[in-house]
Every structure is written in structure tokens, then in C-alpha cells.
Write a protein that binds this ligand. Structure first.
Ligand code: GUN
Ligand code: ZN
Length: 440
């Protein structure tokens, strides 16, 4: 067992943040040998129960759940910051040509390490990830994830039309490949598979039907796609599927809306779409830096809450501009303030953080498994340094409440705050020492 004494952030079942200024976190194997949280709470109340366990004291640090990125594209690291006149030209001119490079398995393998290094540096311990249409891109990412003990979920992209040579796949073969990848990866260690139709305009009806059949046969596999991101895309989807009530309803028609189905963006929705998300148990991956960068629009937080469907936060790299959950939370705050039908919402810092941890876990159907530090949760957590930069040190020293502390981190924080990342009970520290950068 390993025990850590520091401030401790976790979440109650109702999403309220629980904060222990002087906390204790104990991790160790459960009956099945998984590294999990064995105890979490107030140091004085718990320390006596763990007298025989060496306790590492981390004064001034915060223990927090590893972040979960609900939607990210592993092959789009080098696409970040490619300016285009909206989603469709961005896909055509930057994204598809770049993804074609992943036909080369060696290249995919080298990029898998770069991608997982970036996630880790930013404190992301689980991601729901698009690969490319090449099955070897899934093998590259998940074999490297397995070596690192990560809980990673990924899928081969399905795109058998309206896609250029180099990324377009074959309808029959794409479904055969998907089922083989499910067999190879889903449930292996902590890994999971996601059936991944890119978006309805890039898939024939036969491919979507096949994807829905696979989703029915493999009920605990995830589904991931894009929906209602951009007005031109919505118009195109409606032209291609004139009989569907809405773009979202296309996916419903093929059996692709259910628990464990995560749809990125969900911007241009009406209340019937929101109710369909709620009633099917599907969840939205809200991707604010991407939506701001590509000029796609604003996720309607008020609508999501009024109707009550699941949603959590995502980077959507490379439409998104940063792997940093702090940057994503801040962008979501801006969207809440300025992107709603008036009056704007002030999303609370505790809620923003929940959307990127325990709330994202719930969206994945992994509540109580990851994204939290309650007893029984898997041992994926962060050691945060709230004094990582001079300005943060000033702000956090003056914080009078948990909201003020979390807001300081959301507004001023980045990878420098991540002092240690523990994955499956094993610690990783950034290979640089920031402490000497300024006097404390
Ligand atoms: N819609 C279809 N493909 C993509 C993609 O790669 N990124 C984003 N943001 N939207 C998409
Ligand atoms: Zn995306």
C-alpha cells in the first residue's frame, strides 16, 4: 500500500466537490489485484488505521483525480492550430491529408508515444480517442497504452465516402476490421474499444448500419462520433439523410445512440435532440477550444441542463487548441458566460472540474471506476502544485474558498501545475524541476 498526506479533492455522487485541506489518500491492491483507492478522507481521522504504512507528506500540494478527455484525435497532434474557414475546409485541407500518413505503421507507433506523453504531461489519465481509418493506428495507440498501464479507449475511424484516397476505407472490410479490433483490444487490461463512425456525412448507410449491428452485438463497447458541430455540416447531413428528423436522429436510426455512446459537439440541437440524448443515455463531449477555434458555435449548457442529458469536457485536439484540461475548463467558462442565449451562465469551478473528471467518467459509464478518489476507484491521480508559477502562488495563497482556489488554477494553470501523475498506482514525474525557477 502507498499513502499520501496532502490536500485532497474528490467528488460526491451528486457532483459536489469534497475538499480536505489536510487529507490522506491510501492506494493498494483490491481483492482482484487492481490498484485502487483503499481510503480517502481527513488525515487525522484516518491516519491511525494505517499506522504500518509509510505516509508520504506533500505539504502545500493537492491530490486530485486524473483528468478524463472525452474526445480527442490521436493522429491530429500536428494539426493543432491549422486555421481554416470552418470545419469542412479544415478537414479537407489539413486533417485528411495528415491522417493519411498513419497508413505507415512505424509513423503511427512513433506518434502514439508523442500523444501519450502529451496527455500525461497535462494530467490526462484516460481519453476516448479517435485513431485513423487504418487499423494499425489502433494497434499502435493501444499497445503503447497497455505498456503504460493506461485506461484508454480508442477506435478505428469508419469513413467509406466523401473522403479522399489515403483515408477512405472499404465498407465491408472496415466492419470486419472493427470486429477484429474489438476482439483484440476491448477489455484487455484496462483498455476499451469504441466503434467510431467519423460522422454521418463520411459514412454510407451500409457502413452506419454495420456499425449499429456491431454496437448491438457488443453492448459494452463504446461508440464515438461527431454531431451538429457546424452549420454547413448540419446542412450537408440533412441533404444526405432527408428522411431523418434531425442530424442526431440519423444515428438513432442506425442503433448508434445508447449508453456508452459519446457524441462530440452537440451544438446545433433543438430540444427534441436534447431529449433524445437524455432518453437514450448518450452523452455529449463538449469541446470548447475546438468550437472557438473553428468558429463552430457554442454548446448550450442551459439547454443541456434544462433537458438533462449527460455531458463532459474534451480537448478535441487537433480542432481543439490544447491538451490542457485547465485551458479547456477556462474555454468552457467563456462559453457559459458569452455563448448562451442571455443571460450568460457562470459555470462554477467545481462543476467545470467535475465535467473533466467524475462527470466525464459518468458519461463513459465508468462512474465509481475512474475520475474520482473515492474508495474503490482506480488509482489514477495527480499531485498538483498550486504554487507552480509566481502568479499562481500569489493567487492561491490568497484564496478564501475552494471556488477561489479552483478558479485560480483553471484561469492560470497549465502543465506546470502537474507535479506528478500516478497511473495504476505507478508514479511519473516531469523530467524538469520548476521549483528552482523562483524563490518561495
Ligand atoms: N467531424 C468529422 N471529423 C472531424 C474531426 O476530425 N474533427 C472535428 N472537430 N470534427 C469532425
Ligand atoms: Zn473531433
Amino acid at each position: 500500500m502507498q499513502a499520501f498526506r496532502a490536500s485532497l479533492l474528490r467528488f460526491a455522487d451528486d457532483s459536489a466537490a469534497l475538499f480536505e485541506p489536510d487529507g490522506l489518500l491510501v492506494i493498494g491492491p483490491d481483492a482482484c489485484g487492481r490498484q485502487v483507492v483503499r481510503a480517502a478522507g481527513n488525515y487525522k481521522a484516518l491516519a491511525g488505521d494505517f499506522a504500518g504504512v509509510g505516509i508520504e507528506h506533500l505539504p502545500g500540494r493537492i491530490l486530485a483525480p486524473g483528468f478524463i478527455d472525452l474526445h480527442v484525435h490521436f493522429p491530429q497532434i500536428d494539426v493543432i492550430g491549422s486555421p481554416a474557414d470552418g470545419l469542412l475546409p479544415w478537414l479537407e485541407n489539413f486533417t485528411f491529408p495528415h491522417e493519411a500518413r498513419f497508413a505507415n505503421a512505424d509513423y503511427a507507433e512513433s506518434m502514439a508515444s508523442v500523444f501519450l506523453d502529451e496527455l500525461r504531461r497535462h494530467g490526462v489519465t484516460t481519453a476516448l480517442t479517435f485513431c485513423t481509418s487504418h487499423p494499425a493506428s489502433v494497434d499502435a495507440l493501444l499497445s503503447e497504452s497497455q505498456r503504460r498501464g493506461l485506461r484508454m479507449i480508442a477506435g478505428k475511424v469508419l469513413q467509406d465516402r466523401h473522403s479522399p484516397d489515403g483515408v477512405r476505407d472499404d465498407t465491408e472490410q472496415s466492419l470486419v476490421d472493427t470486429e477484429a479490433l474489438i476482439g483484440r483490444w476491448h477489455g484487455r487490461g484496462r483498455l476499451g474499444y469504441a466503434i467510431t463512425p467519423r460522422f454521418a456525412p463520411s459514412c454510407t448507410e451500409a457502413q452506419l448500419r454495420g456499425a449499429g449491428e456491431l454496437a448491438a452485438r457488443h453492448g459494452d463497447v463504446w461508440i464515438q462520433s461527431h454531431v451538429a458541430e457546424n452549420k454547413d455540416e448540419v446542412r450537408w447531413a440533412r441533404e444526405l439523410f432527408p428522411d431523418a428528423r434531425s442530424y442526431l436522429a440519423v444515428y438513432e436510426g442506425f442503433g448508434l445512440l445508447r449508453e456508452r455512446a459519446i457524441y462530440a459537439h452537440c451544438i446545433h440541437f433543438d430540444d427534441d435532440d436534447r431529449a433524445l440524448m437524455r432518453d437514450t443515455g448518450a452523452a455529449a463531449a463538449v469541446s470548447p477550444t475546438s468550437n472557438l477555434f473553428l468558429g463552430s458555435g457554442f454548446f448550450d449548457y442551459e439547454g443541456a441542463r434544462r433537458i438533462g442529458f449527460r455531458h463532459g469536457l474534451a480537448s478535441d485536439v487537433g480542432g481543439g487548441t490544447s491538451f490542457s484540461p485547465f485551458h479547456t475548463m477556462l474555454a468552457a467558462y467563456y462559453v457559459g458566460r458569452e455563448g448562451q442565449t442571455k443571460p450568460g451562465l457562470s459555470l462554477q469551478p467545481q462543476n467545470l472540474w467535475w465535467q473533466h473528471t467524475a462527470g466525464a467518467a459518468q458519461a463513459l459509464g465508468l462512474g465509481g471506476v475512474i475520475g474520482n478518489l473515492q474508495p474503490g476507484c482506480e488509482a489514477d491521480f495527480l499531485v498538483l502544485d498550486p504554487k507552480a508559477t509566481p502568479l499562481l502562488a500569489r493567487k492561491t495563497a490568497n484564496a478564501r474558498s475552494l471556488d477561489e482556489l479552483l478558479f485560480s488554477l483553471i484561469v492560470l494553470g497549465d502543465d506546470r501545475v502537474i507535479e506528478r501523475v500516478v497511473v495504476d498506482g505507478v508514479a511519473w514525474r516531469p523530467p524538469y524541476n520548476r521549483r528552482q525557477e523562483f524563490p518561495r
